[in-house]
Design a binder for this molecule. Structure first.
Ligand SMILES: [Zn+2]
Length: 611
């Protein structure tokens, strides 16, 4: 099981700062979210008072806002994930109603409302001598327009009432809850002068506000009943400028499959949080990214109790990667010639660094002598610690930097957190133990997205590509992290981890799958580890012989099991199987499973041979 390390105050301060940043955002969200609810209640319940004010405004103002349409958010194929529609609030001037029964019948018929309720409202507002009475709210544009057109076509004297309208924009999500934390939320900000506008709260909506927003226009003149300016009286006009669409790298079909796979994990293991993502290692495109808990973006009812469903754990979650970091330390050691692929590391007896024993997950048994590839296959802590000691703290730290694990990825989302470990110059004692622990993923914190991108290096001939969400983004950072042969060597180790090691539940018949399980005891800064709480994860490469995707699955505090191989690998497998089917990738594995043959000559048709 995981060893205890003290997490220093520097880390704590950083974590606290990042958490504070998140809380600030969430606080703002709550305030704005509350405002929406209040606004609606106001609209529905306190109509009278508002109606009076509005009536006064209608008389006075001759300026009518023209609403811009907020740009749509599209998936990579142009499928809308969020788009703007307009709703109308309709109102009458009760003083113009001669026959309340007839007027109520006309409205009820045209708008599909209750005639009795309308008639009662009209009579009641007439008794008050009101000048403005809302008769319908949030009527879809396509339904309100024909009714308004028929009204405008009526001769003035035959009109059952003077009718007015207000236009309200709304954000629709044709794909419902897909990638809800990525897309984000908007709220309606109502303004009589400038017209209602959608304001972003989080996610892509917030990050891409400048592109999506657009600008409302206006026109000035005499406003006719029905809300149209009488053409002859038009004095000034500024056309609205619609917002631009934003196209994401997400693929709705993959996203849907990932959401479903994650649902199954969430139901079975009831973690406090879970995440799954699919990344193209060659382009850095994020193809799918799902989070649990989640929320219904239409009703938003899950957000009433907590803002946790808004959390995108890919970028606002720091955890100790544990075993999933071993490929990175081994890659760095191989690449710099600190160790050779043929070197052997012994897991034979008790192993101590200073006075601290290093333990292997395999209780009571020993891994024996292992090559670096076999260390990955076995996920051996003792051998990893030996490799870490050979590298030393500085070199390990530089490796984490080279793999971009100690910086934000720069993905197009607000408030991304950054990975962290104490810089070597600040570690004054216990440096050897620190190096040993780092080698198997303890004493550092990373975000899931940064780690998934680091695995992209093994699938992309040693090159790191910046993960991103904007389709066709021109400036994507790339860097060479390790040599191609090092990447292949690690990839082979990851392949064997699935074939023979801890990741067997990720296997898919007919295909070569590479990947690594992670089972890390949950660390709380300054207090060390939380007993009995784990983070289970799996990161895999699909398929290993011709990589197309990095798939990552993570469960925070799962129940009914806690091993990465048990909790996360089956979900990975489900997603990987879908991708192979969706991309029509034919099985490339002609021989049945043969671990011995595999170790002698890798039966992979591309790129996996040494050198
Ligand atoms: Zn071992």
């Amino acid at each position: 099981m995981a060893r205890r390390v003290t997490v220093r105050t520097g880390t704590e301060a950083r974590l606290r700062q990042q958490e504070q940043q998140r809380l600030n955002i969430m606080g703002g969200l709550l305030a704005l979210g509350g405002a929406v609810v209040v606004a609606r209640l106001f609209t529905l319940q306190v109509l009278e008072a508002e109606a009076l004010r509005h009536a006064a405004r209608v008389r006075r103002e001759r300026r009518r806002p023209l609403l811009a349409r907020r740009g749509a958010i599209l998936d990579r194929h142009g499928q809308p994930l969020a788009q703007t529609t307009f709703y109308y609030h309709l109102a009458i001037d009760p003083r113009t109603v001669r026959n309340p029964t007839e007027t109520a019948r006309w409205l009820a018929h045209g708008l599909g409302l209750s005639q009795e309720a309308l008639e009662a409202a009209i009579r009641e507002s007439q008794a008050r001598n009101a000048r403005y009475q809302r008769v319908a709210t949030f009527v879809p544009q396509h339904r309100a327009e024909p009714f308004l057109q028929a009204y405008r076509a009526m001769p003035m004297r035959q009109r059952p009432a003077l009718l007015m309208r207000e236009v309200i924009p709304a954000r629709e999500l044709p794909e419902k809850r897909l990638a809800a934390q990525v897309i984000g939320l908007t709220t309606v900000e109502e303004s009589g002068e400038h017209g209602a506008q959608l304001k972003p709260l989080c996610g892509i909506e917030l990050q891409m506000e400048r592109v999506l927003q657009g600008r409302n226009g206006y026109e000035e003149g005499e406003i006719a009943p029905g809300g149209v300016i009488i053409p002859e009286t038009l004095r000034a006009r500024q056309s609205p400028i619609d917002g631009q669409p934003v196209r994401l790298t997400l693929d709705s079909t993959i996203q849907e499959a990932v959401e479903e796979a994650l649902d199954a994990l969430y139901r079975q293991h009831k973690p406090v949080g879970a995440l799954a993502l699919v990344l193209d290692p060659h382009t850095g495109e994020i193809l799918a990214l799902a989070n649990r808990p989640t929320f219904d973006p239409v009703t938003r009812k899950e957000l009433a109790r907590s803002t946790e469903p808004l959390r995108n754990r890919a970028i606002t979650f720091l955890y100790e990667p544990g075993s999933t970091l071993k490929p990175i330390t081994i890659a760095a050691a191989l690449d710099e010639g600190i160790i050779r692929p043929s070197d052997r590391f012994g897991c034979l007896a008790n192993f101590k660094v200073g006075r601290k024993p290093i333990r292997c997950v395999l209780h009571g048994r020993r891994h024996g002598w292992q090559t670096p590839e076999e260390v990955l296959k076995n996920s051996c802590n003792i051998a990893s610690a030996q490799i870490g000691l050979r590298c030393g703290l500085e070199r390990l730290y530089r490796a984490l930097q080279r793999f971009h694990l100690l910086e934000p990825t720069g993905v197009e989302l607000p408030a991304e957190w950054s990975g962290w470990t104490d810089p070597p110059e600040r570690v004054n004692y216990g440096r050897a133990l620190r190096a040993a622990n780092l080698a198997f993923g303890q004493g550092l914190f990373v975000t899931p997205l940064a780690l998934a991108a680091a695995y992209g290096v093994f699938a992309n001939e040693g090159r790191w590509v910046q993960p991103h969400l904007l389709y066709g983004r021109s400036e994507v950072r790339r860097s060479t992290v390790i040599q191609p042969q090092t990447a292949r060597s690690v990839l082979r180790g990851l392949l064997r981890a699935v074939e023979e090691g801890t990741g067997k539940r990720a296997q898919i018949p007919g295909y070569w799958i590479a990947g690594k399980t992670g089972t890390a005891q949950k660390a709380i800064p300054h207090r060390g580890y939380v007993p009995g709480k784990y983070i289970a994860s799996f990161i895999g490469i699909v398929p290993a012989d011709e990589p197309r995707a990095i798939v990552m699955v993570l469960a925070d505090e799962p129940r009914n099991g806690y091993y990465g191989g048990e909790v996360a690998a089956p979900t990975f497998r489900r997603i990987a199987q879908f991708l192979l089917w969706y991309w029509r990738i034919p099985p490339s594995r002609t021989r049945p499973s043969d671990p011995v043959g595999l170790s002698k000559s890798p039966p992979l048709h591309r790129g996996l041979q040494e050198g």
